[in-house]
Design a protein around this ligand. Structure first.
Ligand SMILES: C[S@@+](CC[C@H](N)C(=O)[O-])C[C@H]1O[C@@H](n2cnc3c(N)ncnc32)[C@H](O)[C@@H]1O
Length: 187
């Protein structure tokens, strides 16, 4: 009955993202989250997607074409540390989604990093509209994952309580290093 962190992140998106909204997928990968976001904003909305791997962008494009959900989407072959370059006003975005770690079925040595992830979170905060969300799925079992988890946790735990709710959601009795979700809500 309990949703796992990834399922819960999609439930939060369903509750938050509406037809016509602007959203960002900061780590497109194979496009699962991009597809979810595109289905929520529909053709009146806009999805900006970032990934540094051509393989990921191509794989996501195929998935979106199959689902006939290409209209609201702009996929970019560049890092999410460039989010601040988007032509977006403050308080105009309803969700920014991060899925950290490496591309499943891809090169496991290409991973998200503490510096660029924290920089992208900081650039995303002012873009959030009231009630908007930054969702971070934290995978941290791989080499380099702990450093990124610590850097992200350190950054988000210091966000002012008056402006943001910050939630950590995950199972605490699973073996190894189970992923967890961090959700940041703009108040
Ligand atoms: C865990 S995967 C994302 C999975 C994706 N959400 C999906 O549905 O398949 C992490 C992705 O982040 C990408 N990545 C690594 N560094 C990045 C950066 N600086 N900016 C954007 N994407 C990056 C990797 O290439 C990889 O595809």
């Amino acid at each position: 009955m309990l949703q796992n962190p990834l399922q819960f992140s999609h439930t939060l998106l369903e509750q938050t993202v509406k037809n016509g909204d602007t959203v960002i997928d900061a780590t497109v990968g194979n496009g699962h989250d991009t597809l979810k976001l595109a289905s929520l904003v529909q053709s009146e909305g806009k999805v900006y997607g970032y990934d540094i791997q051509e393989q990921a962008i191509e794989s996501a494009k195929l998935k979106l074409e199959k689902a006939k959900l290409t209209k609201p989407i702009e996929l970019m072959l560049k890092g999410h540390e460039h989010i601040s370059d988007l032509p977006l006003a403050d308080s105009s975005v309803s969700a920014v989604v991060f899925n950290l770690g490496y591309l499943p079925s891809g090169d496991k040595s290409i991973i998200t990093t503490p510096e660029t992830t924290v920089s992208a979170i900081k650039s995303s905060l002012p873009l959030l509209k009231k009630g908007g969300l930054i969702l971070l799925m934290i995978y941290h079992g791989h080499e380099g994952g702990k450093e990124e988890k610590d850097a992200v946790s350190d950054c988000v735990s210091q966000l002012p309580q008056k402006e943001f709710n910050v939630l950590r959601y995950g199972f605490i009795n699973q073996k190894n290093t189970p992923p967890f979700l961090i959700a940041i809500e703009k108040k």
